[in-house]
Design a protein around this ligand. Structure first.
Ligand SMILES: [Zn+2]
Length: 318
């Protein structure tokens, strides 16, 4: 069912710690927003939280559809949750059916990275590229792929989880249950691991790095970004290792999919060209059939934390 362009839709982004919701217009602008903590018991309590958020928007706006972005694998029916490692009691729940009990509106549910990819494709930096790949790199590593203007989902709806390409058989155990996924080597968690390992080896640079934590002693992505920009050797080396893995993966994906561009979103983008240049160099270094074909552009995403919400709100427009 096609929703008229003038209509407003709701986008809801469900993460491991918070539920963000917004009313979105047909140009991808968020005109009202709200957020709640993700209920620890997940499942039906989470559905209840979503219903309350929708009702509160409905009391103020005419809503034509509801799009839900969730950190989970979702089956091809765009409703049933196949697996959600970070949210309790979601597996086998049909999100769409539960929400539809309360609202006579079109409802869709989509994986969070696919939703974010769609926001970038419709309104952001993935626009006008075909095919175009997307990584969202935070604690984990999500993936999305648009081919000929369509979100690619594969035979069962679980595509395109680029973060779970196995790059090290029997390597580090991944949240998905497999071992050696690229997520374990190129995510924000991996970046932190590299920094912590190196801090044990170089106390002078470690002390310098700690000066960026404003007394908390906690190494975060933004601490590493600030320190790398000031030339801290540990921060630079950690980004180098992360980018080396990511670039090698991008080289493989290039021969698999021949994307025109690879868009990178998530917290890692705060490091900007410093990080993207390292990824470009690494991709070139590892590229199969080097020198015989054009390389994909590696570019930063436009949207930050709102990407999933905006993408889901647009996906329900059909
Ligand atoms: Zn994995």
């Amino acid at each position: 069912m096609q929703i008229p362009r003038s209509a407003l839709t709701i986008g809801i982004d469900i993460g491991g710690t918070k539920v963000s919701a917004g009313v979105v217009d047909a140009d991808g602008n968020i005109i009202a927003s709200d957020r709640r903590p993700t209920p620890i018991s997940g499942g039906l309590e989470l559905i209840q939280t979503i219903i309350e958020l929708i009702k509160s928007f409905q009391s103020r706006y005419e809503i034509a559809g509801i799009g839900i972005s969730v950190a989970a694998l979702i089956s091809a029916d765009q409703g049933t949750i196949v697996g959600a490692p970070n949210i309790a009691n979601l597996s086998k729940l049909n999100f769409v059916a539960e929400i539809k009990k309360f609202f006579n509106l079109p409802v869709i549910a989509e994986n969070d990275a696919n939703s974010a990819m769609w926001a970038e494709y419709k309104y952001g930096n993935a626009k006008n590229f075909n095919p175009v790949m997307f990584f969202i790199i935070g604690t984990g590593m999500g993936g999305g792929l648009v081919i000929d203007g369509k979100l690619f989902k594969g035979a069962n709806g679980i595509g395109a989880e680029f973060g779970h390409m196995i790059v090290q058989p029997n390597g580090i155990k991944c949240g998905c249950g497999a071992f050696g996924c690229i997520e374990q080597y190129a995510s924000g968690s991996a970046l932190m691991r590299y920094a912590n390992e190196e801090m044990k080896l170089d106390s002078a640079q470690a002390n310098e790095l700690l000066r960026f934590t404003a007394g908390t002693g906690e190494i975060t992505g933004s601490v590493l970004t600030a320190a790398a920009k000031q030339g801290n050797k540990i921060a630079l080396s950690a980004f180098n290792k992360q980018a080396d893995w990511l670039g090698s993966a991008c080289a493989s994906y290039t021969l698999l999919l021949d994307p025109q561009a690879i868009v990178i979103g998530g917290g890692v983008v705060d490091a900007g060209e410093l990080f993207l240049n390292l990824v470009r160099n690494s991709m070139e270094k590892y590229m199969p059939f080097a020198g015989t074909h054009l390389l994909p552009k590696i570019i930063a995403a436009k949207f930050g934390n709102d990407a999933g919400l905006i993408g889901a709100a647009e996906l329900v427009r059909g």
